[in-house]
Design a protein. Structure first.
Length: 178
């Protein structure tokens, strides 16, 4: 084997080790850790049959089918916490005020909360929500979810939704695994 082939095999092995330790690292983080370019990481992932980070996260969510997730889960630790992104669109707003309907914010927060639960299925038992700022079309929102307590089959999850650094929605869910 040539020196280049051995070097590549070592990088492939290092990539597998990195992903076994931190499965949600994105291509840029992997490239920095291995000292290669992002296109190299994409080639290595393809050779090894490893999915993109968003697909790996979707495969981890147990309580929802991928098509049921509102927004995009960007980081996930089951029974601990998660983060997600969501972009509002013009078809989500009230025509008169151009403000996004509350059901979309609630659905986003609920989806993130349910995604973080390590159960085959879970339902909202109780939800306490607060809309803090109006949201308009074409705004990028981020959510942070944190599991604060687990009692038998009840999961207490806080979800905070932000526009840039401003909290615009917050919720506390008590989810019941079924």
């Amino acid at each position: 084997m040539t020196k280049a082939t051995l070097k590549k095999l070592k990088k492939l092995e290092d990539l597998q080790i990195l992903l076994s330790e931190s499965p949600y690292m994105n291509d840029k983080q992997l490239a920095e850790a291995l000292g290669v370019s992002v296109p190299c990481i994409r080639n290595y992932r393809n050779e090894l049959g490893i999915k993109q980070v968003r697909e790996r996260i979707k495969d981890t969510v147990r309580s929802l089918a991928p098509e049921d997730i509102v927004g995009t889960i960007t980081n996930l630790k089951l029974n601990e916490g998660a983060s997600a992104e969501f972009v509002t669109t013009a078809d989500m707003v009230f025509k008169k005020t151009n403000i996004v309907r509350g059901q979309y914010l609630y659905s986003f927060a609920e989806s993130v909360a349910i995604s973080v639960i390590d159960a085959e299925a879970s339902l909202v038992g109780v939800a306490n929500i607060k809309y803090k700022e109006p949201v308009y079309a074409n705004e990028k929102l981020t959510a942070q979810a944190k599991v604060t307590q687990i009692r038998l089959n009840n999961y207490f999850v806080w979800v905070f939704v932000y526009r840039e650094d401003v909290e615009i929605f917050r919720s506390k869910f008590i989810l019941v695994s079924v």
